[in-house]
Each structure stands twice: as C-alpha cells, then as structure tokens.
Design a protein around this ligand. Sequence first.
Ligand code: PLP
Length: 396
Amino acid sequence: MTHYLDHAATSPPTREVLEAVWPYLVQVTANPASVHTPGQQARDGLERARAAAAAALGCRPGEVVFTSGGTEADGLAVLGVAPAVVASRGRERHLVTTAVEHAAVLEPARELERRGWRVDVVGVDGEGRVDVAALAEVVTERTALVSVMHANNEVGTVQPLAGPGGVAELCAQRGVALHVDAVQSAGVLDLPGLWALGSSAGGVAAVSVSAHKLGGLRGSGLLAVRSGTPLEPLALGGGQERGRRSGTVDVASAVGLATALAGAAARREHEVARLAGLRDRLVAGVLRAGAAAGVDVSLTGAAPGAGRLPGHASFVLPGLSGELVLAELDLAGVACSSGSACSADSDDASHVLLAMGLSEDAARTSVRATLGWSSTEADVDALLEALPTALARAQR
Ligand code: PLP
C-alpha cells in the first residue's frame, strides 16, 4: 500500500465528486449549448455547478469562467485580462508579479515581455513572502495587472494579500486589478474573504482555481473574473462562457469542481484543524529524524501557524540528495516529492527556493510532504518510520 503525501501535486477525486459527476458522464451527456431537451438538461447541470462554485467563492455565477485547469485560468488572467485592460482603460503595458509564482503565471508573463511589455518581478523574503514595499515601488496607477499567488505550492507560504498594508489594499488604492492564483489555497483558505478584497475600482479582480488540488477531476478549473473587468479570450470559436472561453464546456468536470469546492467550504474549519495537526506531527518528526541522523534538516517557507498552508511541509536536507531520499521513501511505499515535481521535468534547482535566498546546492536537496482530504495519521506514521533508513542510505 502506498502512503500518498503529495497532495500539492494532485489529490485523488473524492467519492462525493465521483458520485456527482457520474450522471453527467452516463446520462446527461448532451452538449449544453444544444436547444433540445437533453441539451437543456446539460445546461441546467452546468448552470447549477456555476452557481455552486460561485457561492463557494463568494462571487456571482456570471463571474465564473470554467477552464481546463489552473494553468489555463492563470494564462487567461495574464494574457487575457492584462492586454484587455490596456486596450479598454488606456493603461501602460506593465505587469507586476513575484519571483515565486507558478510557471503558469511566469511563462505568460515572459510572453508579455517578448511582446514588448515591461514586466516587474518582485522578490520575496527568506520564507517566500512577497516584499510588499518593493511591490509598492513598482505598481503605479498606470499598471495593467498585478499577479500574486494566494499560497505557494513549493513552500506553503501564504502571501500577505489581506489586511492593512497588504497587496490587495495597495492595488485597490492605486486602482489596479489584482489576479490571484488560488490553486493551492482553494479548499483550505477563505476564498469569499479573498474575493471581498476587490471592487470594480481595483484590488482582487480575478482568481484561479484548479479542481484536482481539492478532490475534483484533473483537467478542470475556473477563473473568477469580476464583472466589469475586461478580458480578451484566448480560445476563439463558438463563444461559450459568454465569449470568454470558447469550446464545448465539460459539464461533468464543472459539476465535479463545484462539488469539490462546496464540500471543502462546508468542512473547511474542521479540515484545516485536522490537517494542521497532522502536519505539525510530521514536521516535528522529520526534524527529529534529521537531528538523530546528523542531518541539518530545516523547514522551508513560513512557520506553521504563521501564514503557512495547513497541510504543507517542505524541507531542505543539506549535504544529501533530495532525489535519493525521495527514491528511498518511494521504495518504502511513501510518495513525497521535491517541491517542483508538479511543474517541471528538469533538474533545475527550484526558482522558488533560489528566490528565497537558498544556494543552488541547498535548493537541490528539497523534499515536500503535502497532505489533503484522504491523508491519515497512518500516512504520517509511514513517512516517519521510513525516514531514518532513507536518510542513512542517502548519506552513503
Ligand atoms: N498554480 C499553482 C500554484 C499550482 O500549484 C499549479 C499546479 O501545480 C497550477 C497553477 C497549475 O494547475 P493545473 O495543474 O490545474 O493546470
């Protein structure tokens, strides 16, 4: 039996999601744009999913654009919203983002740069938290879009978006639209609270969510786009999703995403406490195992309880190969990852850990253990039991 501790990469679909999706795979299978009765039934399911997703996010149903996942949602925000803001509001071709964003934001940002945009990439502190003072120096009333993630996938740090002096307030004060990649935070952080950090005048204007990180299906996500925010579609065609994302909508996936979001919202308080309890035991156990093995293991990212995702633990193991430790754990039936496993097949040191000031050597020793809805005490036990041997073998 494998003990799966890689929920930041993907979570298995919940039973609740599978049961909600099933009728839309086998019974209600018409195109939701068709006018006949089966088409209307599909459309009805789609619109109920849209309403449920919107309720979990705190936005209006018409503000939800279903996409093929977090990557497409991020791309639509950066390449769809930012140029539309320039065209319709006469802003400068200027994008501001951070050094620790997912490639789904950084690559579209690079694409804008290739098109002649000015792109400012703001740095982070040693825990991966964006430098709001540096952000304040580059964001102006003429900036087209700011994109800052809610929480980081590699180190679990929650960004200072809310509150006085936070990123959202800064953007609101300067009348600038803020895109937030909430792929890692959806289900565990307060999404309606996030959406409330914006208005038509500025602040949070677009939020990306991916279904498979919270028990929905892979290849499914959404971009919530505040009404009044201009958007140039990237996929051109039949004009589905009110012209914002053409292509026949995958009703089953949308139903799965809405079910996952609603279920996570209903259980959020209990689940956050449960995951944080498991995570704290995991972190303490890993640090103890490191000390016993003479390895100077340290936690990367924010400290638990100080702006860190509840189910997220990430470490560096100086002097060891992170990949070797992961391979040993895998042999023992424990699936963890290096921080960047879900985004790249390359050997490059993590851009997140480098931005946090770690050396390339240290960054190559990263190990990440992330928990989600299916995680149990037994998963943490299995990791802590396998770790001493894995550390000993990786030192040879
Ligand atoms: N943004 C973040 C922060 C992520 O962690 C991921 C996935 O790892 C994505 C975006 C991409 O989401 P998807 O896998 O749904 O395309």
